[in-house]
Ligand binder design. Structure first.
Ligand SMILES: Nc1ncnc2c1ncn2[C@@H]1O[C@H](COP(=O)(O)OP(=O)(O)OP(=O)(O)O)[C@@H](O)[C@H]1O
Ligand SMILES: [Mg+2]
Length: 241
């Protein structure tokens, strides 16, 4: 469904070139939950931003359902949760979501909006101002807006970030149930236990290079087999701790 080919990103910073992503090749199949896992600075958000068309790759391409995606074109086919989700603080939850649904050309039927809020456990906070939400509530609102327009493919950059353990578990259950309804999910995380419950397949990214792609159980087996170089093992420990 989504095919990433030789995707590479080099940022030009004051310190010179930063090789954030090198020759990433990945396929996400229709109907699966794919987790991109890696420590801080591994290149996960860089990958997501290029999939979303927010910045141009240095090299490589992204193909969705046999069509090469162009830079800076709208991506109505994707529901997206950014890493730093910052909705307008002056709006209420309901106003923000109604506005966002309009942008996604989705139904503004108030009943549908209630369903959307109930899905993420935010229906009680419909009238609360965004500025007054807790971090976890804000993250749930971020998830609700990712569902606007009822896209078949969700791209979520750390969907459980900022949530308490119960909230995290609820979001995992929510993503599993959404997946059972036929949605494909591509998400980033650093937490192996969370991807274990959620994912069909994972990719392990370390310093911009894909070190593994496949099922979690195969990753764990491979990790135990002492055939990985020391640097990678150190990074994996960081990922799994
Ligand atoms: N706009 C930018 N300009 C220069 N360097 C950047 C920029 N954005 C990211 N980087 C660098 O690219 C590398 C990958 O960053 P990225 O945000 O993709 O990592 P990440 O895997 O999402 O990390 P985290 O788990 O902390 O969110 C890091 O070294 C980061 O400092
Ligand atoms: Mg990130």
């Amino acid at each position: 469904m989504l095919s990433i080919k030789n995707l590479t990103k080099t940022y030009k910073g004051r310190e010179g070139s930063i090789h954030a992503l090198a020759n990433l090749n990945l396929q996400v199949e229709a109907g699966e939950i794919f987790g991109l896992l890696g420590p801080n600075g591994a290149g996960k958000t860089t990958t997501v931003k290029m999939i979303m068309g927010f910045m141009a790759p240095t090299a490589g391409e992204i193909i969705f359902q046999d069509t090469k995606l162009a830079m800076a074109e709208p991506r109505p086919q994707f529901g997206y949760l950014p890493e730093s989700f910052k909705p307008n603080p002056n709006l209420t939850v309901e106003e923000y979501l109604r506005f966002h649904n309009q942008l996604a050309r989705s139904s503004i039927d108030p009943e549908k909006l209630d369903v959307q809020l109930r899905l993420v456990g935010m229906d009680r906070f419909k009238q609360r101002r965004v500025s007054d939400l807790s971090k976890g509530m804000g993250q749930r609102l971020g998830l609700a807006q990712a569902f606007a327009g009822d896209p078949d493919f969700l791209i979520l950059d750390e969907p459980t970030s900022g949530l308490d353990p119960i909230g995290r578990s609820e979001v995992i259950d929510l993503l599993l149930s959404i997946n059972r309804q036929g949605k494909t999910i591509f998400f980033c995380s650093h937490i192996l236990s969370e991807v274990e419950r959620l994912c069909d397949r994972i990719g392990i990214l370390v310093e911009g290079r894909l070190q593994f792609v496949g099922q979690v159980k195969d990753f764990l087996a491979k990790w135990e087999v002492d055939n990985l170089d020391a640097g990678f093992r150190r990074e994996v420990k960081c990922v799994t701790s």
